[in-house]
Design a protein around this ligand. Structure first.
Ligand SMILES: Nc1ncnc2c1ncn2[C@@H]1O[C@H](COP(=O)(O)OP(=O)(O)O)[C@@H](O)[C@H]1O
Ligand SMILES: [Mg+2]
Length: 586
């Protein structure tokens, strides 16, 4: 039984022209035209019986046409009946509804096997047939745990399901101006994931926004801040240290070597040499013969930074025998600035998670524990607490974000690459505020170029290794284009800035270009969802997550309206000096 039961007399109009996926329909009846709305659905007769072509109304025009002067007695009878208006509707075809496919009835396919013929009838999908059609769409992903964002704006009884495989395989972006509902949408996706028994994902939470997300399957981790530096044991209570020896060589160079320094090449070269020596020492002392033969500067092997600094200091002040007396060594005085930077970073409390990690992090096997806590899905964890890991980066200095987040992303990607495919458990990376660490325009410092390299690689090759990206940003125009262009799923919320709209427009298929006109008028919590994972490119009202993220918005006026003391500013000064925030006392 077809869900579309139309009489020819209900027809909106007839097809006037067809161009691949774009159809122009002429509407005779102005009353029918008035009821039409852009972005609603229409159905067209297909040349094949039992098939119906579904399209989205993109443009409605009503034009006056010069008619033959009425009363021209010489005129032909027919000329008097010429329409005085030309009412046209432009429709983008998006798929085919098939009454029967094998044993299934009413199946929606995202392909266009046929195109409508000229003069084919076109009907508006509304009322009961809309409800029935949306039901079909909603029931397609019927079994098991589903990825559902909410409901279609077109029909609030029809759930908007996404294909969870395609959403993560083909990467996704969630964009929207600040306050449009990106974090809530992300929380909603995370909650759907957490319902699965062996979910695996990691959220780069820059402001600690996702702290309130408490559900089975969700685990909270936090990059150590200044007040965690006295911790005796690592990885306790979800506090994560990322010891410096995890940094790749490129990252080290961007952190310690000032490229504008004339001695930069020498500094980079000697840093590389001394680090390799220090890693070799470590391996030799630990008798890790099999690693010794194959390690490189980028291998994740602990080494003593104190030894490196000591060796560099030696070279920096080295005197060698000369012809008559001692003379300065080849690197004398050339490494002072490098040494100074190394020492400064080493004692900076804000970077304590790198340089002042507990002793255990220097143990050879400690990396296994770190990897287990970052990369394992629920079932592979000893405590089975949850595979959706929300990692709070709020205490990482903002200029270090690109370097540190890409360190974690790279670690995950490397582990996936070194895992045989049959043992690989897919993992999704949720990059909130991505413009901060996957920027389009890179500055020379802060490891941005390193971060871009890592994320471009994941965007291009992640699918093969089971690493999915979800890029979340309020400034898509400031996010790296190569990464964006690899994202085949778009969840676009209200977006007001013109540059950002243009970037999103370019990610939409050509035929849906007009869809982007909706971007500035979307309601809070409403999104355009387009891409491989969704059957219908359409407007979705996102369901609220069970636990709401912290919006972090300060209600200025309300706060000013409260008649009480709040701030203890001397504590703030003390915290600033100690580089550690005190817990609030009031
Ligand atoms: N799906 C939704 N339904 C209802 N209200 C929402 C929804 N999503 C967001 N909001 C409202 O908008 C506010 C901002 O949402 P948020 O996700 O923090 O925005 P963003 O991350 O885009 O800056 C929330 O505090 C909430 O009041
Ligand atoms: Mg947000």
């Amino acid at each position: 039984m077809s869900i579309f039961k139309y009489n020819d007399t209900d027809a909106l109009g007839r097809v006037k022209s067809v161009d691949t996926a774009i159809v122009i329909v002429q509407v005779a009846d102005v009353d029918r035209l008035r009821k039409l709305q852009v972005n609603r659905l229409a159905v067209l007769q297909s040349s094949r019986p039992g098939q119906h072509l579904i399209g989205i109304i993109q443009k409605i025009t009503r034009n006056a046409v010069e008619a033959k002067e009425i009363g021209d007695v010489e005129g032909d009878e027919d000329d008097l009946k010429m329409p005085t208006e030309l009412n046209l509707v432009r429709i983008t075809l998006i798929g085919t509804m098939v009454d029967k496919l094998g044993t299934q009835s009413n199946v929606f396919l995202r392909t266009l096997e046929t195109v409508p013929e000229i003069d084919a009838n076109c009907f508006a999908v509304e009322g009961e047939s809309l409800t029935n059609f949306m039901r079909v769409i909603a029931s397609i992903a019927a079994d098991g745990e589903k990825l559902s964002l909410g409901h279609y704006t077109l029909d609030d009884k029809a759930e908007a399901f996404l294909n969870g495989n395609k959403f993560f395989q083909r990467h996704a972006i969630i964009v929207g101006s600040t306050g449009s509902g990106k974090s809530w949408t992300t929380a909603r996706v995370l909650e759907c994931m957490a319902g699965l028994p062996n979910a695996n994902g990691i959220v780069f939470d820059i402001h600690g926004e996702y702290r309130p997300l408490k559900a089975n399957g969700i685990r909270h981790l936090r990059i150590a801040g200044p007040k965690d530096l006295d911790a005796k044991s690592a990885l306790k209570d979800g506090v994560v240290h990322l010891p410096y020896w995890l940094l790749a060589y490129e990252a080290m160079v961007s952190m310690f070597v000032d490229r504008s320094d004339q001695n930069a090449p020498n500094q980079a070269m000697l840093m590389s040499r001394t680090i390799i020596d220090a890693k070799r020492d470590y391996l030799t002392r630990g008798k890790h013969k099999e690693v010794l033969d194959n390690f490189t500067i980028d291998s994740p092997i602990p080494f003593s930074i104190a030894d490196v600094i000591a060796r560099l200091e030696e070279l920096d002040s080295e005197m060698i025998p000369g012809a008559r007396s001692e003379k300065q060594g080849p690197f004398h005085g050339k490494l002072s600035r490098l040494i100074e930077r190394l020492k400064n970073k080493q004692t900076d409390r804000r970077l304590g998670f790198l340089f002042q990690a507990p002793k255990q992090t220097m143990e050879f096997d400690w990396l296994d524990k770190l990897v287990a806590s970052l990369v394992a899905g629920t079932k592979d964890q000893s405590d089975k607490l949850g595979g959706v890991k929300i990692v709070d980066f709020s205490e990482v200095p903002s200029d270090m974000l690109p370097l540190i987040i890409s360190l974690v992303a790279k670690l995950i990607f490397s582990i996936q690459q070194w895992t045989p495919s049959e043992n690989r458990h897919p993992i999704a990376l949720f990059c909130d505020e991505a413009h901060l660490y996957i920027p389009e325009r890179q500055s020379s410092s802060g490891g941005e170029s390193f971060a871009i390299e890592v994320f471009e690689r994941i965007a291009k090759e992640g699918r093969k290794y089971g690493v999915g990206l979800v890029v979340i940003s309020q400034r898509p125009s400031e996010v790296n284009r190569t990464v964006l262009s690899q994202c085949n799923n778009l969840v676009a919320m209200r977006l007001t800035n013109g540059d950002d709209q243009n970037v999103v427009r370019r990610l939409l298929p050509d035929s849906l270009g007009g869809f982007s006109d909706l971007l500035p008028v979307l309601d809070t919590g409403e999104a355009l969802v387009v891409g491989d994972a969704s059957l219908l490119p359409t407007r979705v009202r996102i369901r609220q997550p069970e636990n709401k993220p912290n919006s972090g918005t300060v209600p200025f006026w309300d706060k000013w309206g409260e008649d009480k003391e709040v701030a203890i500013l001397s504590d703030s000064v003390a915290s600033w000096r100690k580089q550690a925030i005190q817990a609030a006392k009031r």
